[in-house]
Design a protein around this ligand. Structure first.
Ligand code: 13P
Length: 279
Protein backbone atom coordinates (compact mmCIF):
# COMPACT_ATOMS: atom_id res chain seq x y z
CA UNK A 1 0.00 0.00 0.00
CA UNK A 2 1.22 3.51 -0.81
CA UNK A 3 0.57 7.01 0.45
CA UNK A 4 -0.42 10.00 -1.70
CA UNK A 5 3.02 11.56 -1.80
CA UNK A 6 4.54 8.38 -3.22
CA UNK A 7 1.79 8.11 -5.83
CA UNK A 8 2.10 11.78 -6.82
CA UNK A 9 5.86 11.41 -7.26
CA UNK A 10 5.68 8.20 -9.28
CA UNK A 11 2.93 9.54 -11.57
CA UNK A 12 4.18 13.08 -12.07
CA UNK A 13 3.65 14.15 -15.67
CA UNK A 14 1.78 10.92 -16.46
CA UNK A 15 -1.65 11.14 -14.85
CA UNK A 16 -3.89 12.28 -12.06
CA UNK A 17 -4.76 9.49 -9.66
CA UNK A 18 -8.37 8.34 -9.51
CA UNK A 19 -9.77 8.29 -6.01
CA UNK A 20 -12.94 6.24 -5.83
CA UNK A 21 -15.36 6.02 -2.91
CA UNK A 22 -16.06 2.45 -1.90
CA UNK A 23 -19.64 2.14 -0.65
CA UNK A 24 -19.72 -1.52 0.36
CA UNK A 25 -17.15 -4.30 0.55
CA UNK A 26 -18.78 -6.24 -2.26
CA UNK A 27 -17.64 -3.72 -4.89
CA UNK A 28 -14.03 -3.44 -3.70
CA UNK A 29 -12.34 -6.26 -5.69
CA UNK A 30 -13.80 -4.90 -8.96
CA UNK A 31 -12.42 -1.42 -8.27
CA UNK A 32 -8.86 -2.66 -7.81
CA UNK A 33 -9.13 -5.09 -10.73
CA UNK A 34 -10.24 -2.19 -12.95
CA UNK A 35 -7.13 -0.20 -12.06
CA UNK A 36 -4.94 -3.25 -12.55
CA UNK A 37 -6.34 -3.94 -16.01
CA UNK A 38 -5.19 -0.47 -17.05
CA UNK A 39 -2.00 -0.73 -15.03
CA UNK A 40 -2.70 2.49 -13.16
CA UNK A 41 -2.64 3.20 -9.43
CA UNK A 42 -5.87 3.68 -7.52
CA UNK A 43 -6.90 5.44 -4.34
CA UNK A 44 -9.74 3.75 -2.49
CA UNK A 45 -11.42 6.26 -0.23
CA UNK A 46 -13.98 5.78 2.50
CA UNK A 47 -16.30 8.31 4.04
CA UNK A 48 -16.21 8.07 7.84
CA UNK A 49 -19.70 6.54 7.60
CA UNK A 50 -18.59 3.76 5.24
CA UNK A 51 -15.49 3.17 7.37
CA UNK A 52 -17.66 2.70 10.42
CA UNK A 53 -20.05 0.42 8.54
CA UNK A 54 -17.36 -1.90 7.15
CA UNK A 55 -14.81 -1.47 9.93
CA UNK A 56 -11.34 0.08 9.68
CA UNK A 57 -9.54 -3.21 10.27
CA UNK A 58 -11.53 -5.08 7.63
CA UNK A 59 -10.91 -2.31 5.10
CA UNK A 60 -7.17 -2.29 5.76
CA UNK A 61 -6.78 -6.06 5.56
CA UNK A 62 -8.99 -6.33 2.45
CA UNK A 63 -7.03 -3.65 0.62
CA UNK A 64 -3.75 -5.26 1.63
CA UNK A 65 -4.91 -8.62 0.28
CA UNK A 66 -6.31 -7.16 -2.95
CA UNK A 67 -3.29 -4.99 -3.69
CA UNK A 68 -0.99 -7.99 -3.23
CA UNK A 69 -3.24 -10.30 -5.21
CA UNK A 70 -3.32 -7.87 -8.14
CA UNK A 71 0.18 -6.50 -7.66
CA UNK A 72 -1.39 -3.03 -7.84
CA UNK A 73 -0.47 0.35 -6.36
CA UNK A 74 -3.26 1.12 -3.92
CA UNK A 75 -3.66 3.90 -1.39
CA UNK A 76 -6.35 3.69 1.31
CA UNK A 77 -7.62 7.18 2.10
CA UNK A 78 -10.11 8.54 4.67
CA UNK A 79 -12.34 11.05 2.88
CA UNK A 80 -13.87 14.23 4.44
CA UNK A 81 -13.25 13.49 8.09
CA UNK A 82 -13.97 16.22 10.61
CA UNK A 83 -13.12 14.16 13.70
CA UNK A 84 -9.41 14.09 14.56
CA UNK A 85 -9.83 11.06 16.81
CA UNK A 86 -11.33 9.02 13.96
CA UNK A 87 -8.43 10.13 11.74
CA UNK A 88 -5.91 8.94 14.32
CA UNK A 89 -7.70 5.59 14.59
CA UNK A 90 -7.61 5.19 10.82
CA UNK A 91 -3.88 5.94 10.79
CA UNK A 92 -3.21 3.52 13.64
CA UNK A 93 -5.18 0.80 11.85
CA UNK A 94 -3.20 1.14 8.61
CA UNK A 95 -4.76 3.79 6.35
CA UNK A 96 -2.01 5.30 4.23
CA UNK A 97 -3.72 8.67 3.70
CA UNK A 98 -6.29 10.86 5.44
CA UNK A 99 -8.30 13.99 4.74
CA UNK A 100 -9.02 16.40 7.53
CA UNK A 101 -11.93 18.58 6.41
CA UNK A 102 -11.95 21.81 8.37
CA UNK A 103 -13.43 23.79 5.48
CA UNK A 104 -16.49 24.84 7.46
CA UNK A 105 -14.31 26.38 10.18
CA UNK A 106 -12.67 29.81 10.16
CA UNK A 107 -9.33 29.59 8.32
CA UNK A 108 -7.17 29.95 11.47
CA UNK A 109 -8.97 27.07 13.19
CA UNK A 110 -8.84 24.93 10.06
CA UNK A 111 -5.07 25.53 9.94
CA UNK A 112 -4.58 24.72 13.61
CA UNK A 113 -6.49 21.43 13.44
CA UNK A 114 -4.93 20.41 10.13
CA UNK A 115 -1.47 20.98 11.62
CA UNK A 116 -2.30 18.59 14.45
CA UNK A 117 -3.32 15.94 11.92
CA UNK A 118 -0.20 16.53 9.81
CA UNK A 119 2.08 16.17 12.86
CA UNK A 120 0.47 12.82 13.77
CA UNK A 121 0.34 11.51 10.21
CA UNK A 122 3.82 12.49 9.04
CA UNK A 123 5.48 10.61 11.91
CA UNK A 124 3.71 7.51 10.65
CA UNK A 125 4.39 7.99 6.93
CA UNK A 126 0.76 8.82 6.20
CA UNK A 127 -0.20 11.62 3.80
CA UNK A 128 -2.71 14.37 4.57
CA UNK A 129 -5.25 16.19 2.40
CA UNK A 130 -6.80 19.43 3.64
CA UNK A 131 -9.60 21.58 2.25
CA UNK A 132 -9.98 25.31 1.75
CA UNK A 133 -13.11 26.78 0.23
CA UNK A 134 -16.40 24.97 0.14
CA UNK A 135 -17.27 22.23 -2.30
CA UNK A 136 -21.04 22.45 -2.25
CA UNK A 137 -23.69 19.79 -2.24
CA UNK A 138 -23.91 16.60 -0.28
CA UNK A 139 -22.77 13.06 -0.95
CA UNK A 140 -24.71 9.82 -1.17
CA UNK A 141 -26.69 10.68 -4.25
CA UNK A 142 -28.33 13.89 -3.10
CA UNK A 143 -29.21 16.12 -6.01
CA UNK A 144 -27.58 19.53 -5.74
CA UNK A 145 -27.30 22.64 -7.85
CA UNK A 146 -24.11 24.36 -8.93
CA UNK A 147 -24.97 27.48 -6.93
CA UNK A 148 -23.93 25.61 -3.78
CA UNK A 149 -20.24 25.79 -4.62
CA UNK A 150 -18.06 28.54 -3.13
CA UNK A 151 -14.78 29.05 -4.96
CA UNK A 152 -11.50 28.71 -3.09
CA UNK A 153 -9.82 32.03 -2.33
CA UNK A 154 -6.24 31.60 -3.64
CA UNK A 155 -4.73 33.69 -0.83
CA UNK A 156 -6.32 31.39 1.77
CA UNK A 157 -5.10 28.33 -0.09
CA UNK A 158 -1.48 29.59 -0.23
CA UNK A 159 -1.47 30.46 3.46
CA UNK A 160 -3.07 27.11 4.33
CA UNK A 161 -0.50 25.04 2.43
CA UNK A 162 2.44 27.04 3.70
CA UNK A 163 1.41 26.80 7.33
CA UNK A 164 0.08 23.24 7.46
CA UNK A 165 2.49 21.48 5.09
CA UNK A 166 -0.28 19.23 3.75
CA UNK A 167 0.49 16.84 0.89
CA UNK A 168 -2.74 17.58 -0.96
CA UNK A 169 -5.40 20.26 -0.97
CA UNK A 170 -9.02 20.02 -2.05
CA UNK A 171 -9.95 23.21 -3.88
CA UNK A 172 -13.36 24.43 -4.92
CA UNK A 173 -13.34 25.42 -8.59
CA UNK A 174 -17.04 24.87 -9.29
CA UNK A 175 -17.70 21.16 -8.90
CA UNK A 176 -20.12 19.96 -6.25
CA UNK A 177 -20.64 16.55 -4.67
CA UNK A 178 -23.49 14.37 -5.86
CA UNK A 179 -25.66 14.41 -8.93
CA UNK A 180 -25.97 17.70 -10.77
CA UNK A 181 -29.21 19.35 -11.63
CA UNK A 182 -27.31 21.45 -14.09
CA UNK A 183 -23.90 21.07 -15.69
CA UNK A 184 -21.01 22.19 -13.51
CA UNK A 185 -19.45 25.47 -14.57
CA UNK A 186 -15.77 25.18 -13.81
CA UNK A 187 -13.48 28.12 -13.15
CA UNK A 188 -10.40 27.15 -15.17
CA UNK A 189 -8.65 30.49 -14.60
CA UNK A 190 -8.78 29.87 -10.86
CA UNK A 191 -7.44 26.35 -11.37
CA UNK A 192 -4.54 27.67 -13.47
CA UNK A 193 -3.67 30.23 -10.86
CA UNK A 194 -3.79 27.68 -8.02
CA UNK A 195 -1.80 25.18 -10.00
CA UNK A 196 0.92 27.70 -10.84
CA UNK A 197 1.39 28.78 -7.26
CA UNK A 198 0.69 25.67 -5.21
CA UNK A 199 3.62 23.51 -6.17
CA UNK A 200 4.15 21.90 -2.74
CA UNK A 201 0.76 20.23 -2.46
CA UNK A 202 -1.18 18.17 -5.00
CA UNK A 203 -4.49 19.70 -6.08
CA UNK A 204 -7.58 17.57 -5.56
CA UNK A 205 -10.80 17.74 -7.56
CA UNK A 206 -13.85 16.72 -5.56
CA UNK A 207 -17.24 16.03 -7.08
CA UNK A 208 -15.99 14.08 -10.11
CA UNK A 209 -19.49 12.78 -10.91
CA UNK A 210 -21.16 14.83 -13.61
CA UNK A 211 -18.02 16.54 -14.92
CA UNK A 212 -17.93 16.20 -18.70
CA UNK A 213 -15.08 14.29 -20.37
CA UNK A 214 -13.74 17.48 -21.95
CA UNK A 215 -13.77 19.38 -18.66
CA UNK A 216 -12.19 16.47 -16.82
CA UNK A 217 -9.32 16.21 -19.29
CA UNK A 218 -8.80 19.95 -19.01
CA UNK A 219 -8.70 19.79 -15.19
CA UNK A 220 -6.03 17.11 -15.33
CA UNK A 221 -4.04 18.98 -17.98
CA UNK A 222 -4.18 22.12 -15.82
CA UNK A 223 -2.75 20.35 -12.79
CA UNK A 224 -5.31 18.36 -10.78
CA UNK A 225 -3.38 15.46 -9.21
CA UNK A 226 -6.16 13.49 -7.49
CA UNK A 227 -9.72 13.21 -8.77
CA UNK A 228 -12.57 11.99 -6.54
CA UNK A 229 -15.48 9.99 -7.90
CA UNK A 230 -18.18 8.67 -5.59
CA UNK A 231 -21.81 9.12 -6.57
CA UNK A 232 -21.44 7.59 -10.02
CA UNK A 233 -20.36 4.28 -8.46
CA UNK A 234 -23.17 4.38 -5.90
CA UNK A 235 -25.79 5.13 -8.54
CA UNK A 236 -24.57 2.45 -10.93
CA UNK A 237 -24.52 -0.16 -8.16
CA UNK A 238 -28.07 0.61 -7.09
CA UNK A 239 -29.37 0.56 -10.69
CA UNK A 240 -27.74 -2.80 -11.44
CA UNK A 241 -28.58 -4.47 -8.16
CA UNK A 242 -32.18 -3.25 -8.40
CA UNK A 243 -32.59 -4.80 -11.80
CA UNK A 244 -30.90 -8.11 -10.80
CA UNK A 245 -32.80 -8.46 -7.52
CA UNK A 246 -36.16 -7.67 -9.08
CA UNK A 247 -35.81 -10.76 -11.29
CA UNK A 248 -34.47 -13.08 -8.59
CA UNK A 249 -36.31 -15.90 -6.84
CA UNK A 250 -35.48 -17.19 -3.34
CA UNK A 251 -33.46 -19.99 -4.97
CA UNK A 252 -31.33 -17.74 -7.14
CA UNK A 253 -27.71 -17.84 -6.00
CA UNK A 254 -27.28 -14.56 -4.16
CA UNK A 255 -23.70 -14.02 -5.26
CA UNK A 256 -24.69 -14.06 -8.95
CA UNK A 257 -26.88 -11.01 -8.39
CA UNK A 258 -23.85 -8.85 -7.64
CA UNK A 259 -21.83 -9.85 -10.70
CA UNK A 260 -23.37 -7.33 -13.18
CA UNK A 261 -23.12 -4.51 -10.60
CA UNK A 262 -19.45 -5.33 -9.94
CA UNK A 263 -18.73 -5.50 -13.67
CA UNK A 264 -20.12 -1.98 -14.12
CA UNK A 265 -18.02 -0.70 -11.22
CA UNK A 266 -14.94 -2.03 -12.98
CA UNK A 267 -15.98 -0.32 -16.21
CA UNK A 268 -16.52 3.03 -14.49
CA UNK A 269 -13.13 2.84 -12.78
CA UNK A 270 -11.50 2.09 -16.14
CA UNK A 271 -13.40 4.77 -18.07
CA UNK A 272 -12.62 7.46 -15.49
CA UNK A 273 -9.01 6.40 -15.08
CA UNK A 274 -8.51 6.74 -18.83
CA UNK A 275 -9.68 10.36 -18.65
CA UNK A 276 -7.07 11.06 -15.98
CA UNK A 277 -4.13 10.10 -18.26
CA UNK A 278 -1.84 12.84 -19.50
CA UNK A 279 0.17 10.73 -21.92
P1 13P B 1 -19.04 12.77 -6.34
O1 13P B 1 -19.86 11.95 -5.41
O2 13P B 1 -19.73 13.97 -6.87
O3 13P B 1 -18.41 11.95 -7.42
O4 13P B 1 -17.83 13.34 -5.44
C1 13P B 1 -17.04 12.46 -4.72
C2 13P B 1 -16.13 13.18 -3.80
O5 13P B 1 -15.66 14.26 -4.11
C3 13P B 1 -15.84 12.56 -2.51
O6 13P B 1 -15.07 13.37 -1.68
Amino acid sequence: MKNLTELFKENEGKRAIGSFNVHCLEMLPAMIEGAKELNVPIIIQTSPGTAEYIGLDLLVSSIQTLSERNNADVCLHMDHCTDIEVIKQAIDTGYTSVMYDGSSLPLEENIKNTKEVVAYAKERNVSVEGEVGSIGGAEDGVVVSEEDAIYTDPKDAYQFVQETNVDAIAVAIGTTHGLYKSKAKLNFELLEELSKNLTNAGLVLHGGTGVSETDMRKCVALGMKKVNVGTELNKSYIDNVNSAFSQATPLTSLRKLFIPANQHIKEIVKEKSELFQLV
